[in-house]
Design a protein. Structure first.
Length: 366
């Protein structure tokens, strides 16, 4: 069976994740790596000498042998890249959001849905073993009717002004994952919401946000996300969980970024399951997408561009609602500078900056 020829466009942190997982699989042939930054191209050449490393992505779209592209560039370039991929008949794995504005995101949804090209987006929580274990438990009827979904993700993993700036405030870039997974559990659309946020350290945008509300089917949700959790503590920690509460039982998950633990408390079954956390679950996404390409039809469980646009749109709506409410500012710029200084010099901890993980590959030319 021939491998699927793929090109990676954008070789930052996420591009590196895709390379690492695709290399583990027998499905993919990394034909190209494209990045506009010389340092990224130099790194790509060192860690993946079998790929053609280039700066101009048009070479990829004119190469008929390339079957798929991974778009891990910043959002402001994704609309153009998606358009070129669809025009050249290349299947697409995209990072979220799929464009830099809601108008452009919905345009990309319509473009994808009207084409024969297969598309998916990395809404990675949907591919996690723990969320699928919990949803199977819920669907079995063990907790009765699903009533309440509570999601929390708070870490000291980013400081204002770092990477997530490019994709909007942290609740949009990171928080839209939790907006998406809440909707995924509810199997319904958002109906009402009320959001409260705070501007930490006098930063211009909210860096912590909590939103609660209802879905059209009556399920209640509560989402909390923020990179506000003891940035200057001697020993840093985090708080991440999901509670799924039904009329008869509950299911919940916690993790430490290494191990995830699921607790199931149903009417006839009680269980605790601990397994490796799984990170971004890129391996699952790539495996499902390869199977979809070979079958000529997207697997139902693959996140669609439409799912990404909905999560993006409601993340923005929740942020705007928070801005309409009282938006206090606590902390000062001096503390923020202390946080930034610590993060620049951290060797171990949450969200390390500029950490490359792949080793150069030795060749006859080394």
């Amino acid at each position: 069976m021939d491998k699927i020829k793929v090109a990676l466009i954008g070789f930052g942190r996420m591009g590196e994740f895709y390379l690492k997982e695709m290399r583990k699989s027998d499905e993919w042939d990394i034909a190209y790596i494209c990045d506009i930054l010389p340092a990224s191209r130099e790194y790509a050449s060192a860690v993946c000498p079998e790929a053609k490393v280039i700066s101009d992505c048009n070479e990829i779209f004119s190469d008929d042998s390339v079957q798929a592209v991974v778009l891990s560039t910043l959002a402001d370039s994704r609309k153009d890249l998606i358009g070129k991929a669809v025009s050249s008949g290349k299947h697409i794995i995209a990072e979220k959001p799929i464009a830099a504005s809601m108008e452009d995101e919905w345009e990309m949804v319509r473009l994808a849905e009207s084409s024969s090209v297969l598309t998916t987006v990395n809404l990675y929580l949907r591919n996690s073993w723990y969320h699928n274990t919990i949803r199977d438990f819920v669907r079995s009827g063990e907790i009765g009717e699903l009533a309440i979904i509570r999601v929390c993700h708070m870490t000291p993993g980013l400081a204002p002004g770092e990477g997530h700036e490019y994709e909007g405030p942290s609740f949009h870039d990171c928080g839209m994952h939790y907006v998406d997974i809440t909707r995924w559990y509810a199997e319904s659309e958002f109906k009402t919401w009320n959001a409260q946020a705070i501007r930490m350290w006098d930063y211009k945008d909210p860096w912590w946000l909590q939103c609660h509300g209802t879905f059209e089917n009556g399920i209640v949700f509560d989402i909390t996300q923020g990179f506000v959790y003891g940035q200057l503590a001697k020993n840093q920690t985090h708080n991440s969980y999901i509670d799924i509460i039904g009329t008869k039982g509950i299911a919940r998950m916690t993790h430490d970024f290494k191990t995830a633990t699921v607790e199931l408390h149903g009417t006839s079954k009680t269980a605790t399951v601990s397994q490796p956390f799984g990170g971004k679950n890129i391996d699952v996404l790539c495996r499902k997408f390869a199977e979809s390409i070979r079958n000529g039809k997207a697997i139902d469980s693959l996140p669609a561009f439409r799912d990404s646009a909905i999560a993006s749109e409601y993340a923005w709506k929740f942020i705007e609602n928070a801005r309409e409410n009282d938006l206090p500012s606590i902390g000062d710029e001096k503390t923020l500078e202390e946080i930034r200084y610590r993060r620049r010099h951290m060797k171990d901890g949450y969200g390390l900056l500029n950490k490359r993980t792949l080793e150069p590959v030795l060749t006859d030319n080394n």
